[in-house]
Design a binder for this molecule. Structure first.
Ligand code: GAL
Length: 414
């Protein structure tokens, strides 16, 4: 009922002519505060300003967006939501069900989003048949980044299997180098975990365990093997890992203090922002195994009524999906454009590899939503899994115990 009322208000707003002298407004909540992220979001700010818009920035630091989501909840509960919010996957639907999202179908129709966006991505952006969010990019999560010189000096190539990774790491430890740069935050633990699930279990196992929450898969020997590998990886991080931000872990790889980082390609945004060159200063390869874990950033528009803020939302939505923004933003962010009609000619070899692997994965059912980045599951289930993953990583819990806890946590979260 509430949603119908909002739609009616929005439809009226869309039909009404803009008041003379109106200044489009946008208060934008996001968590893009690292060097590469800030460069990327500045592209949107500049394009918005060029259209006469007035941008109020609401950055909430904290990789993965947990803190931003807490801030969002407080704002919505107080009846004063931001205009546009960096929001992803099923969380978009969760907010839609609260009746607080705006309808941007008019922009989507005018720009033909139905045609220019891949169907799998559009599905996340639609709420009950209307469009409620604008997709920004496609980040890949199952990436491994490495310091080229450290690898060369130690006679190590990019590992093609977890066994190879483990062997390389032992060699690095012997040479006094931290094998794996990692930040001990729940979302970073979950990021590594999902790449191990994909690598050890394969695409079908990933789907069963982390999308379908299939009891058998969650309680399987394969899942035990995944936790075994997590325990091995725990031995490859340095002592100062707890609480470290992801971009500081990337910096450890940049300066040669550590050899590898397992992180989505926003890490590439950090390397690029620091002037590092892919293939020369740093290397990229998918984590061992098949498949492609996608993480699509998007902005959901909240119901802010008619007027300048509504106008701001429409301009933002139009800019975000526009081909020029898609290219400039993604060059800085480390991701690839969400539109398949934007040329990748100006993009680096890692981005080209990402696009190739994404196409190949979608041909053989290996294109999978990231659980760690809120693309696969609703908040309660995703939280239940990452709690167990973090508890295991930060204790001496056995793999068997972790698997048991996983089953219980999922059952309790339903
Ligand atoms: C992800 C987000 C990326 C990047 C990263 C680290 O969840 O999709 O755009 O910002 O967090 O903050």
């Amino acid at each position: 009922m509430r949603y119908c009322a909002i739609r009616a208000v929005m439809a009226a707003a869309v039909l009404a002519p803009c008041a003379a002298g109106a200044e489009p407004q946008a208060e934008v909540l996001h968590w893009w505060t690292s060097g590469g992220e800030a460069k990327a979001v500045a592209v949107l700010q500049q394009e918005f300003a060029a259209r006469g818009g007035s941008w109020t920035d609401m950055p909430v630091a904290g990789g993965g967006g947990d803190a931003a989501m807490t801030a969002l909840r407080a704002r919505v509960l107080s009846g004063n939501p931001p205009t546009a919010v960096q929001l992803k996957g099923p969380a978009i639907q969760e907010w839609y069900e609260e009746g607080v999202l705006a309808d941007i179908s008019d922009v989507a129709a005018a720009q033909n989003w139905e045609q220019v966006l891949p169907q799998a991505i559009s599905a996340h952006m639609k709420c009950g048949g209307t469009w409620c969010a604008a997709p920004v990019n496609v980040h890949r999560v199952d990436w491994m980044w490495a310091n080229a010189e450290v690898l060369a000096q130690n006679g190590i190539g990019m590992p093609a299997s977890w066994e190879e990774f483990n062997a390389a790491a032992e060699k690095l430890i012997a040479a006094g180098i931290t094998p794996l740069a990692h930040g001990g935050q729940a979302w970073q633990d979950a990021t590594v975990f999902e790449t191990v699930v994909l690598g050890i279990g394969g695409t079908e196992f990933y789907r069963k365990a982390l999308i379908d929450l299939d009891e058998e898969a969650l309680g399987s020997d394969t899942m035990t093997a995944v936790f075994d590998q997590m325990r091995i990886l725990r031995g490859f991080v340095d002592d100062n890992f707890p609480g470290r931000d992801w971009n500081l872990a990337t910096a450890m790889v940049m300066n040669g203090e550590a050899a590898f980082q397992i992180m989505g390609d926003w890490a590439k945004g950090e390397f690029l922002a620091a002037g590092k060159v892919p293939g020369e200063d740093f290397l990229c390869a998918s984590t061992p195994g098949d498949g492609f874990l996608y993480n699509v950033d998007s902005f959901a528009m909240f119901d802010v009524g008619a007027g300048d803020a509504r106008e701001g939302q429409e301009i933002l939505a139009e800019l975000i999906v526009g081909p020029s923004f898609q290219e400039t933003f993604n060059l800085a962010k480390g991701s690839i454009p969400v539109r398949s009609d934007v040329s990748l000619d100006g993009f680096d070899s890692c981005a080209q590899l990402s696009a190739r692997d994404m196409n190949a994965a979608s041909d053989d059912a290996g294109l999978l939503p990231s659980f760690a980045h809120g693309m696969a599951l609703r908040g309660a289930q995703a939280g239940a899994i990452s709690d167990v993953v973090t508890a295991h990583f930060n204790s001496d819990m056995s793999s068997e115990e972790a698997v048991e806890q996983l089953g219980r946590a999922i059952a309790n979260s339903m």
